[in-house]
Design a binder for this molecule. Structure first.
Ligand SMILES: NC(=O)c1ccc[n+]([C@@H]2O[C@H](COP(=O)([O-])OP(=O)(O)OC[C@H]3O[C@@H](n4cnc5c(N)ncnc54)[C@H](O)[C@@H]3O)[C@@H](O)[C@H]2O)c1
Length: 366
């Protein structure tokens, strides 16, 4: 078992990383004095694979469990799903001492986390992430929320869980497209924070003919959680440093929104956004040509669908204007001034962003 701590004063919490951790869930809940009533929120796929195990162990430890599910995928990440969950929880008389368990990938974590943050003005939350992306990124740090039809993640809160339980073994049932999508966020940590980590992953992917064996994937979890925990601990509310975690996300979110959250996986859209920001960093002479080329080569090892032909740069740029990271109409861009070194550009010109989007379309459009 590995344990890290997100240091946030009285809201500090552990990230427990443990193979077969799911089988110890009952004991872990008892140790942490979780109330008797537990609402497990999941999607239909994760629930089909793992809900029985989790619920059996919780019930065996004496918890009263209600399972609520919604259809898997980004299309469910909206207020309609939240409303349905509220209705089911009110009907089931879930009270303020109950705990929500977000059991699934990043979509479940964000939706169930938002439900926990707002139901009866907040009830306790435990995150049990089940995708590479959620085990290395989204379950840590307390960002929860849903999409609005006008923009990605526009409604939400920062609400920290009581603890995060990561069982790396559940990744073994993940489809390879989801593993690659998760690798997008993993590579992000290398690019913004740890040059050696970035090139090591690149080398491993290369050596394994663009695939990573399960053990190598499992080894990525702890370093990513460590970086995320450090960044969040220093800037929980994202007024400063935490913004570097958004590297590649402004264009990535725009790509997800203009394709109605149906075409790209989140990590895929972020990968494209990171390629655009690498290019912009190079054009701004922050990155030299060899760093730009070697980093792009590694990102290109991850398969990502081509950008649909119908998308124009105007459409992407229009969408980009509603990104919630923009302040007073200014586009905030996260750039690199070295591999492993992120910097925040508070007022990036529209012309520069437009150049980066055009580069992306030229290189990666079908
Ligand atoms: N809150 C944050 O800080 C934060 C950070 C990054 C991303 N996100 C959000 O995370 C979301 C993406 O998360 P995701 O990539 O995990 O997507 P996801 O939750 O949609 O999961 C991807 C797919 O994998 C399936 N799945 C999950 N676990 C499985 C398992 N163990 N075995 C088999 N199938 C499994 C799911 O049912 C789903 O179909 C986006 O909405 C993004 O905005 C949030």
């Amino acid at each position: 078992m590995n344990q890290l701590v997100v240091e946030l004063g009285e809201r500090s919490y552990p990230i427990i990383i443990e193979n077969k951790g799911l089988n110890r869930i009952g004991g872990l809940f008892l140790e942490r004095e979780i109330g008797k009533r537990v609402v497990v929120i999941s999607d239909n796929i994760v629930a089909g694979l793992y809900a029985e195990t989790a619920i059996d162990h919780l019930e065996w430890a004496g918890f009263e469990v209600t399972l609520l599910t919604f259809p898997a995928g980004e299309k469910s990440k909206n207020l309609k799903t939240v409303d349905r969950l509220f209705e089911q929880m009110i009907s089931a008389k879930i009270d303020r001492r109950s705990t929500v368990v977000a059991f699934g990938g990043g979509v479940v974590g964000d939706v169930a986390g938002f439900v926990a943050a707002t139901y009866l003005r907040s009830i306790q939350l435990v995150q049990i992430p089940t995708t590479l992306l959620s085990q290395t990124d989204s379950s840590v740090g307390g960002k929860v929320g849903v999409n609005h039809r006008l923009g990605k993640n526009m409604i939400g809160a920062i609400y920290q869980p009581k603890f995060v339980l990561i069982d790396p073994l559940v990744l073994r049932t993940l489809e390879s497209r989801e593993v690659f999508s998760g690798l997008g966020e993993v590579l992000k940590y290398g690019l913004i924070w740890d040059r050696q980590f970035f090139y090591e992953i690149g080398e491993k992917i290369c050596q394994n003919q663009n695939r990573l064996d399960v053990e190598s994937i499992e080894q990525l979890i702890q370093p990513c959680c460590r970086i995320k925990a450090a960044v969040v601990a220093s800037d929980e509310k994202e007024w400063g440093l935490r913004r570097i975690l958004n590297f590649g996300h402004t264009i990535g979110h725009a790509l997800e929104a203009v394709t109605n959250y149906k075409y790209f996986r989140h990590g895929e859209a972020v990968l494209l956004g990171m390629k655009a920001m690498l290019y912009l960093s190079f054009r701004r002479h922050l990155l030299d040509e060899s760093a730009f080329a070697s980093a792009t080569k590694i990102l290109n090892l991850i398969p990502v669908p081509k950008i649909p032909r119908v998308l124009t740069s105007d459409k992407i740029l229009d969408q980009l204007q509603v990104d919630k990271k923009n302040v007073a109409g200014k586009i905030v861009a996260i750039l690199l001034d070295g591999i492993g070194r992120a910097m925040i550009e508070e007022d990036c010109s529209k012309a520069q962003i437009s150049e980066a989007v055009n580069y992306l379309l030229e290189k990666y459009q079908e």
